[in-house]
Design a protein around this ligand. Sequence first.
Ligand code: ITT
Length: 201
Amino acid sequence: MIDSAHKQTVVLASGNAGKLRELGEVLAPLGVALAPQSEFNVPEVEENGLSFVENAIIKARAAAEHSGLPAIADDSGLEVDFLNGAPGIYSARYSGAGDEGNNARLLEELRDTPEPQRSAGFQCVLVYMRHALDPTPLVCQASWEGFILQEPRGDHGFGYDPLFYVPDHQCSSAELPRELKNRISHRAKASALLFEALRKR
Ligand code: ITT
C-alpha cells in the first residue's frame, strides 16, 4: 500500500491540530496521501475505552466508517509516575479547560513534589484500519520518557509540551525544534513502527 505508484488516501482520525500537523509531517515519507477527517464530516465519537488502544480503535473505526477509506488514529497522553499514571487516557480532558488548564492542573497536582519524583512518559498508540470492520487493525505503541518541570518553558508543540523535560536535550519538548521533536517523540517512534508494519503488510 505504500507503493507510490498506487498512492492511497488515508483519513487521519483526529481533530487535534497539533497531532494533525505532527502526524502529517512524520507520516509523509509513507507515500500515503493523508486527509484530515474534517474533510469527511466524521462526527465526534465518544472515547469511552479504558486504554489508549481501545480509544484509538474507536476513532479509527468511526473515521473509516464515515469516509469509506482506510484510517489512522492516534490516541496519546501523558503518564506521570507520582500520579499513578494520571492523566493517562484522560490527558486531553484533565481540567476541562484546554491545554493551559491541563498544564495548570498538572502543576497543582505536583506542587511540592521534588524533582526525582516528577518522572513521566508520553504514550502514543497509532492504529491503522483498512476499513471499519477490519478485524486485524495494525496497532503500534511507543513512549517517550522525561520529567515534569516546575513551570512551563517554550512555545512549540502543543498540549503538555511546555512542561515535559527531555533529559537528552536538557530542555522542554516545547523548546525543541519541530523537526527534532518529530524524530524523537512518542509519536515519531510509533510512526516508525507503523511505517514498518505497513511496508510488510
Ligand atoms: P483527537 O482524539 O481528535 O485525536 P485529542 O486531543 O482528544 O484529539 P487524545 O484523546 O489522544 O486526543 O488526547 C491526547 C492528549 O495528550 C492531547 O490533547 C495532549 O494533551 C496530550 N498529548 C499527546 N501527545 C502530546 C504531545 O506530543 N505533546 C504534548 N501533549 C501531548
